[in-house]
Design a protein around this ligand. Structure first.
Ligand code: ZN
Ligand code: ZN
Length: 561
């Protein structure tokens, strides 16, 4: 395995005959997937998604890939190709199209439908090119072939990219369910054909590379899901991603079989299920789906609710239900069916939510205690099959945290890919494919770009550090009335607290520290208000850190007495 060194210089000019590959998101994290391919001066973008924030990023809505390195080259972009309609693959598209609205967007029917609904909300009219599995589509110097893949959303596509520099396959997200609900398999025959042709580079989903063996099939979940609907005395509340059409189909079928009416709750769920139904991806028996308001008149055991959070993510709605701030009030006899994977890093938050829901009287059924969910990503066994069928010359694991990428790289090596040709990269690391050899050649800008309300990129790591400090220790404002034009106190300091707590002793110590600092300032003839504010704030912060081991944000305000 060849791991990108920590400090890489900017890359040289792109090779004339080669293909340059620059991931701008999705490598080192699960989310905001985006890869830029460059050939003959033209760019092709594959996916443009968002990453959802963690607890340590308070107030952030979503995180975007860093577009800095392509901002000056927007006119060179031939197309944005979307592998499937998950937020971590399409959520960033509105932000890229805001910079150049006429970039053609290429994708399957359902993917483009989900994207279009999102773009309407942003007021963008996109240029769309619809493709389906088996199609070929040429854009500039890139000749594309689309291949069916099975995933936790219908209509997923892998994309093969042919240029003068060789043949590349980007799998997108995929798994190899052999009995999927819609009968649409990952097209291993096409993979085999690409292997025969000679695959120069494989970019491959790493999410589940650490999990040994094979996923069970979607169809194997049916009996456990049915059991939930048969035995629950109250409502069944299903929490799912708003795009998981197959899981929602299963819960609709089970509801129908057990005489329950179904209401969709949450804007993105209502919207996506309307789209999926109109396009024929979701089959809804007549009269089964009703408005949420009407479920109030029915006996609880005649009701199913299917919900998401505001962004279409399941945990937000559940968290609000657990905290009793959601319109759906969970009560005795209800079953909450958690039809989603536990996203790495969020486990402890999720167990907290499960406990709160249990306290409210719900029976919580999830992946950990029943066969009600299966991941959408290929496990190690499935990946190994792919390597053996595709026989790639070079491999670049994508879509994963560092541990997932390395696990995937190790699988590639075990199947015989030379260690030097397995590249473990990061966001921003630039790879050139020249004469069948892929090499790391440099790196470009690769920051996290935070969306906070209407602002994009204004919130920085420093802002977040402030927010974390505020949430951990609150804020302490110090008012210092000074004799005009001096650094001498006219009155004792005044302290105003918000979310910070200090004993009188600590504050007395802090006041003494300030007096000392001001005496020094007087000696140094410092009289600028701004400088004095900084001196006072520093003295208070240091003193409190020493005396009470608390580090609130300290803001000093100097006033003329
Ligand atoms: Zn996906
Ligand atoms: Zn994904």
């Amino acid at each position: 395995m060849h791991t990108a060194p920590r400090d890489l210089a900017r890359p040289p000019a792109a090779p004339r005959q080669g293909l340059r590959i620059t991931p701008l998101g999705g490598i080192g994290e699960i989310g905001r997937n985006m890869t830029v391919f460059e050939h003959e001066g033209k760019l092709l973008v594959v996916d443009c998604g968002v990453l959802f924030p963690e607890d340590t990023q308070p107030g952030i809505d979503v995180i975007l890939p860093d577009f800095t390195s392509i901002e000056g080259r927007l006119d060179d972009i031939e197309a944005i190709v979307l592998t499937h309609g998950h937020e971590d693959h399409i959520g960033g598209v509105p932000y890229l199209l805001k910079q150049r609205p006429d970039i053609p967007v290429v994708g399957s029917e359902l993917t483009l439908a989900f994207l279009s609904a999102k773009l309407v909300e942003h007021g963008i009219k996109p240029v769309l090119a619809r493709v389906e599995a088996g199609d070929r589509h040429t854009t500039g110097p890139f000749s594309l072939e689309f291949i069916a893949v099975n995933h936790s959303i219908p209509d997923g596509l892998a994309v093969a990219i042919r240029t003068a520099a060789g043949l590349v396959l980007h799998t997108g997200d995929f798994r190899m369910d052999q009995f999927p609900l819609d009968g649409r398999l990952t097209d291993l025959r096409a993979f085999g054909r690409l292997g025969e042709e000679g695959l120069d580079l494989l970019l491959v989903d790493s999410t589940n590379a650490e999990i040994p063996g094979f996923n069970i099939s979607e169809t194997e979940l049916t009996s456990a899901i049915d059991q939930v609907f048969a035995t629950t005395p109250g409502r069944v509340i299903v929490s799912s991603f708003a795009s998981h059409v197959h899981r929602i189909q299963q819960t609709l079928d089970a509801s129908h079989a057990h005489g329950r009416k179904v209401a969709f709750v949450g804007r993105s769920m209502v919207r996506n299920m309307r789209i999926a139904r109109e396009l024929g991806y979701l089959t809804v028996p007549r009269g089964l789906v009703i408005d949420y308001a009407k479920t109030r008149n029915l006996a609880p055991n005649k009701v199913t609710l299917i919900c998401t959070g505001s962004q279409g993510e399941p945990m937000a709605a559940l968290a609000r239900m657990a905290n009793e701030t959601h319109e759906v009030r969970v009560s005795d006899g209800d079953t909450v069916l958690l039809a989603s994977s536990l996203i790495p890093g969020n486990e402890s938050a999720i167990y907290g939510i499960i406990n709160k829901l249990t306290d409210l009287g719900a029976n919580v059924v999830h992946k950990g205690n029943a066969r009600v969910h299966v991941s959408g990503h290929a496990s190690a066994g499935e990946l190994v099959y792919c390597y053996n069928i595709l026989r790639p010359r070079n491999v670049m694991p994508v879509h994963g945290e560092p541990k997932h990428l390395r696990a995937n790289g190790a699988l590639a090596e075990r199947t015989g890919v030379p260690a030097d040709n397995v590249l473990i990269t990061r966001d921003g690391v630039v790879v050139d494919l020249v004469d069948g050899v892929a090499r790391i050649v440099g790196q470009v800008e690769h920051d996290l770009v935070f969306v906070d309300g209407q602002t994009v990129g204004h919130v920085t790591e420093n802002t977040l550090a402030d927010r974390r400090q505020l949430s951990a220790a609150g804020v302490l404002t110090v008012l210092a009335f000074l004799k005009s034009g001096t650094a001498e106190l006219a009155e004792p300091l005044e302290y105003l607290h918000r979310g910070s707590v200090h004993g009188q002793d600590s504050l007395d110590n802090a006041s003494r520290a300030v007096e000392k600092a001001l005496a020094d300032a007087t000696r140094n003839k410092t009289t600028s208000g701004e400088q004095l504010e900084e001196i006072i704030a520093k003295a208070v912060a240091r003193s409190l850190a020493r005396s009470s081991r608390r580090e609130p944000m300290v803001i000093a305000v100097v006033l003329d007495a």
